[in-house]
Design a protein around this ligand. Structure first.
Ligand code: PMP
Length: 440
């Protein structure tokens, strides 16, 4: 596999080596998906990417999720070009597209009555947590172990190392996570105990969920888990925040909240919100809560401050609005989900026929491929998780190697373990991909 990269990706390699001299590690985004070195892309169209060396790939990275319509859809590109002709990317004042996008999102998402756009998913999660604390006048926030909510100090991935309790990520001041608590997925009783414990100590501001399970369903949750958490939040007066950065528009235009029929108090959006264009982040939620965000007419006296020079710029909004129109017109979430089903079924067939130690499953257009063994579905004790940590590391390495092998066969994945499908994935594209997977 490594020889394939040397023989076919000389242009990418040269650029990656140049990058490494001016960019730490030579990578600025998608930090985990660059084994043995990042590919330099020259062209992106629909379901395919072409690199600077002329190699063509079927793209299941989909930029990490946002390009639900496939790469570079013309309907969105043309609307963006027209906007750029008219007023350029940013003015700092109101633009009609801001309102049109917010109206459209509110129409689709049951839990979103108002929307405030920010610069990224990370920023939007930070804002939602701040808003929840302002509204409830409480400090503590509970997240689910293994969930990714961006890279802010208080919610950083991984948090504490088992045994020593030291922070896994460095540069985070002691105390930054003092009001963040973790709970395992699929264990409503443990969550109840934590909420009860907190009740005697100032209460819980919010419970933060990735509704398909931590890390976009890498640890899937039971179908009823979201409703169980909703009921517990109601019982203990905590706000329920859905982090729909990945599921927002992939699980359907109403997000995972419509999919599960569970309405959160606050919703965090990112990725698909701006149709793959920059500055994808927003907090949505119930009017009464959203009015505690600072700025504008009629906000309450208790205000949560958020900001952002480029937030809700016309470029992001025109792209988001037209991407949403196009997703409505084409039923993009449904089409992408059907492609995900076909891909998963095909992978299962290959795994079964060849007797491979892997498991494939999908939640709509998010397809997971993992080494089989203990799927972290029912992790009801912390001890079990600690024991599995080394195993998890070993598997991650294995999947990375697998990802490189996929690439050498013309398939781009999320580190060999996740595949996002899009509107552009026709049956022919999926069948072509399955032949390649079979070869790998
Ligand atoms: N929440 C979830 C569930 C995510 O998957 C991500 C990004 N992968 C984020 C938040 C952070 O979003 P961003 O990368 O835009 O800061």
């Amino acid at each position: 596999v490594l020889r394939w990269f040397d023989e076919h990706c000389a242009g990418s390699k040269r650029l990656a080596e140049r990058a490494a001299t001016v960019i730490p590690g030579g990578v600025q985004h998608n930090l985990a998906f660059n084994h043995p070195f990042p590919l330099a892309i020259a062209q992106a169209r629909g379901a395919h990417l072409t690199d600077v060396d002329g190699n063509r790939y079927i793209d299941f990275l989909q930029a990490g999720g946002p390009t639900l319509l496939g790469s570079n859809p013309p309907a969105v590109r043309e609307a963006v070009q027209a906007l750029l002709e008219d007023c350029g990317p940013v003015t700092g004042l109101l633009h009609a597209y801001e309102v049109q996008l917010a109206e459209r999102v509110c129409r689709h998402m049951p839990g979103v009555e108002m929307l405030r756009m920010l610069g990224s998913g990370t920023e939007a999660v930070m804002g939602a947590v701040r808003l929840a604390r302002t509204f409830t006048r409480r400090q503590r926030v509970i997240k689910i172990g293994g969930a990714y909510h961006g890279w802010s100090d208080q919610l950083v991935y991984g948090m504490r190392l088992p045994k020593t309790g030291r922070m896994e990520a460095t540069g985070i001041p002691r105390g930054a996570t003092a009001h963040t608590q973790e709970c395992l997925p699929n264990d409503p009783e443990a969550l109840r105990r934590l909420l009860r414990w907190n009740r005697l100590r100032g209460g819980t501001a919010a419970v933060l969920l990735e509704p398909f399970g931590p890390e976009s369903g890498t640890r899937p949750v039971h179908r009823e888990f979201n409703a169980q958490v909703r009921a517990l939040c109601d019982e203990f007066g905590a706000l329920l925040i859905f982090d729909e950065v990945v599921t927002g528009f992939r699980a359907g235009l109403g997000g995972a909240q419509a999919y599960f029929g569970v309405t959160p108090d606050l919703t965090v959006l990112g990725k698909c919100l701006t149709g793959g264009y920059p500055m994808a982040g927003a907090i949505g939620g119930k009017r009464e809560i959203m009015m505690s965000l600072v700025g504008g007419i009629g906000t309450t006296s208790r205000r949560a401050f958020v900001g952002g020079t480029l937030s809700a710029n016309p470029l992001s909004c025109v792209a988001g609005y037209h991407a949403l129109l196009e997703a409505e017109r084409t039923n993009a979430p449904g089409v992408a989900a059907r492609a995900g089903e076909r891909l998963r079924r095909g992978l299962e067939e290959i795994i079964g026929r060849r007797g491979l130690p892997y498991v494939a499953y999908n939640i709509g257009s998010i397809v997971h491929l993992q080494t089989s063994g203990v799927l972290l579905l029912d992790t009801s004790s912390l001890w079990k998780l600690f024991r599995l940590k080394d195993e998890a590391r070993r598997r991650k390495h294995m999947m990375e190697e697998m990802g490189a092998a996929f690439t050498a066969h013309g398939l781009i994945s999320v580190a060999g373990s996740r595949l996002y499908t899009s509107l552009a994935d026709t049956d022919e594209v999926i069948d072509d991909a399955l032949n390649r997977f079979d070869d790998v």
